[in-house]
Design a protein around this ligand. Structure first.
Ligand code: DC
Length: 218
């Protein structure tokens, strides 16, 4: 009986990783709602650090300044108006390569994941570094050209016109930085379910993830 009680209180953790515009945010939000879990967009944390740094006139390439910004992050930084801009996304990719910045954000992410009833975290290193013992791990992928076209559409829906070749170039740069960094690079965990989202609708991606997770969490 005690064992059943303990396991009922245990936090369930689901990791959703993948590159920019792979669909991980949409999937993570839907999974969290479906399983009654909290959701953490970990990219938002790195974006908040970058946004704070830029606001203070700092250089995203400066590790000491990045680490300071990460250590002094406040709620208002997580709600900054420029968080979703491409400029902040690029700067987030630069600051997130600094080991000191990653270390400053690690405990918060782990604590969030460990708080009952548990959480779905989306990012780049959730299944490999933040929550290597996650109950379920999903890695979304799609060729960079497909993801750049998606991003152009998303931006258009937000009223931002952009040049596809430029978005593609920036996404290639970001992929290279996120995958090539020495600490916690973007990569699929060996035990993750990989889903190529190129030809799938968000509903189809959700259905695949749901059947994999339902089987694992049972
Ligand atoms: O998912 P996103 O586009 O909001 O992420 C912005 C940047 O933050 C991304 O280019 C790399 C970094 N990031 C990271 O290094 N690790 C994570 N877990 C999430 C994001």
């Amino acid at each position: 009986m005690a064992e059943a009680g303990e396991s009922a209180k245990r936090a369930v953790t689901i990791a959703v990783d993948g590159p920019a515009a792979s669909g991980k945010g949409t999937l993570a939000r839907r999974l969290a709602a479906s399983f009654g879990l909290s959701h953490l967009d970990t990219g938002g944390l790195y974006r908040a650090v970058a946004s704070r740094l830029l606001r203070l006139g700092g250089d995203p390439g400066d590790e000491t300044a990045g680490e300071k910004a990460a250590q002094s992050l406040e709620q208002k930084d997580l709600e900054a108006a420029d968080l979703r801009t491409e400029e902040v996304g690029q700067a987030a990719s630069v600051v997130s390569a600094h080991p000191g910045v990653r270390a400053a954000l690690l405990a918060y992410q782990r604590q969030f994941a460990a708080t009952p009833p548990g959480a779905v975290l989306d990012g780049r290193d959730i299944g490999t570094v933040v929550c290597p013992g996650a109950d379920g791990k999903i890695y979304l992928e799609a060729p960079v050209e497909v993801r750049a076209r998606r991003r152009v559409k998303e931006l258009r829906l937000r009223g931002v016109e952009s040049i596809e070749s430029r978005v593609l170039q920036e996404m290639q740069d970001r992929d290279a930085r996120d995958s090539g960094r020495a600490v916690a690079p973007l990569k699929a965990a060996a035990d993750a379910l990989k889903i190529d989202t190129s030809d799938l609708s968000p509903d189809e991606v959700f259905d695949r993830a749901l059947s994999y997770l339902t089987a694992r969490l049972d």
